[in-house]
Design a protein around this ligand. Structure first.
Ligand SMILES: O=C(O)CCC(=O)C(=O)O
Length: 277
């Protein structure tokens, strides 16, 4: 892994590893999750499947924490290639705390801009996501969008999101509303990003292309606590470890105008304590 990859992560808060997983592996994972989804509901599902719903996200709701009951998910979450990249980026192995699969069929809403560590509350340090494309992802099918450099911001106070374009109902305000940039990816590419990086996605406006993504969430190896939903954390050999439980609440940043431009000051209080959105 080149130094510039690490520099990219440090400067922008994210870095893209092209072709980290092969086409055959991606196809197997894609088929695996489609078959699981068709088969029914699972322990980590946030919403159940409604096969006759007009909302595509109700017909194909995302799944979470599959690694707790599905070995293929576990093996992906702790894959050596993901570990190696994160060792390069973070200086040591992280702890794995979450898997998620998004199906995002044609016509689906996206997910409003947010910061993952608002939910995970990994401390000290932060969380890191490994977001793998299972399809070609582009602007039309609602690829991930990120705000470069926002990983240096504090965790911001949330406000109401537009639920016509987002399936989640909170977002974070940006000083520059145009600051988010799309990250187009090929199947098997993995985007690694920092827990404070502002990111989200727009709707899938295609009529015929899913936008499937498999996501692992990790916390930096020096973290001593994480929100309750993410326990047990796993070492990258799959063994569980005991960490403290982070409580909800705490200060959050709000934008204030200054002569040098807007700055985020910690004047707000977080109120949402629920699991990752
Ligand atoms: O895939 C998406 O559209 C959003 C995923 C996301 O925000 C996350 O994994 O934190």
């Amino acid at each position: 892994m080149s130094v510039s990859f690490k520099d990219e992560f440090e400067v922008n808060g994210y870095a893209l590893a092209h072709g980290l997983f092969g086409a055959d592996e991606v196809e197997r994972l894609r088929e695996h999750y489609m078959a699981l989804r068709r088969r029914g509901s699972y322990p980590g599902d946030v919403v159940g499947v409604q096969a006759d719903s007009r909302d595509p996200l109700r017909r194909y709701p995302r799944m979470a924490q599959m690694h707790r009951w599905d070995d293929l998910s576990l093996q992906w979450l702790i894959d050596e290639r993901l570990d190696d990249v994160m060792i390069t980026l973070l200086g040591r192995s992280p702890y794995a705390v979450q898997t998620m699969i998004y199906f995002k069929p044609p016509g689906s809403r996206g997910q409003a801009l947010h910061q993952d560590n608002f939910y995970l509350k990994a401390e000290p340090g932060t969380c890191v996501a490994a977001w793998m494309a299972l399809d070609r992802v582009d602007r039309e099918n609602g690829c991930l969008e990120v705000v470069p450099g926002s990983h240096r911001w504090p965790i911001l106070c949330t406000e109401k999101a537009d639920t016509k374009v987002s399936f989640t109902d909170v977002t974070v305000p940006l000083p520059d509303p145009e600051a988010a940039v799309p990250v187009e990816m090929e199947p098997g590419d993995v985007l690694f990003f920092h827990g404070a990086l502002v990111h989200g996605s727009a709707p899938n406006v295609t009529t015929d292309r899913f936008r499937r993504a498999l996501i692992g969430h990790y916390i930096e190896g020096e973290a001593q606590q994480v929100a309750e939903y993410y326990h047990p954390a796993l070492r990258m050999d799959g063994s569980p470890l005991e960490l403290g439980v982070a409580e909800g609440g705490g200060a959050c940043g709000e934008w204030v105008s200054t002569e040098g431009g807007p700055i985020a000051v910690m004047t707000g209080r977080q109120t949402i304590t629920r699991k990752h959105e």
